[in-house]
Design a protein around this ligand. Sequence first.
Ligand code: GLY
Length: 199
Amino acid sequence: MSRKNQELNASQTTLDAMIMDGTTMKSGSVAAIRRIKNAIGVARAVLEHTTHTMLAGDFATDFALCNGFVTENLTTLDSAASCAEWKAGNCQPNYRINVTPDPASSCGPYTPISLNSSSEEYASKLRGRESPEGHDTISMIALHGSGTMAAGTSTNGASRKVPGRVGDGPITGSGSYVDGDVGGCGATGDGDIMMRFCE
Ligand code: GLY
């Protein structure tokens, strides 16, 4: 793939979403789906029309098209301007570590450097990097008058993420969870941290 096409792909918005039925305990989700605005609608189609739990990437977009969703450009004037401003500022902040050139001052392209450091040094590198600004995750628990419950999460994940990054949002039991006999819960926040722990 040409560098220009790689950059075009990398600057496209990707969405993650999941929905869960608290009666059947079935869930459906999509991860890193592109060009479909109603990501949680596609997650619901995964729940209702497959025995799978998650579809990812451009195959999830293909599945959406087969289920009557339409593709659209998710880039807005604001998001394009924000991305251009970030690139003009040497892509700061970003999520890279242990790469060269220094990700604290460069956009790359990056090459990995070997990890000879101790786990303490590694942890301090993790702590030392400023995180990009927040995200737009929404998690909801719904209770129907009949007593049935559902949970859902929808997000674009993390702004300035490394292309392909998927957070906690589409993971059943991490983005949200519901058991109609017990209750439900949903999370918002830094999914790279939250998905490492059982909630
Ligand atoms: N909590 C959403 C995410 O980090 O992807």
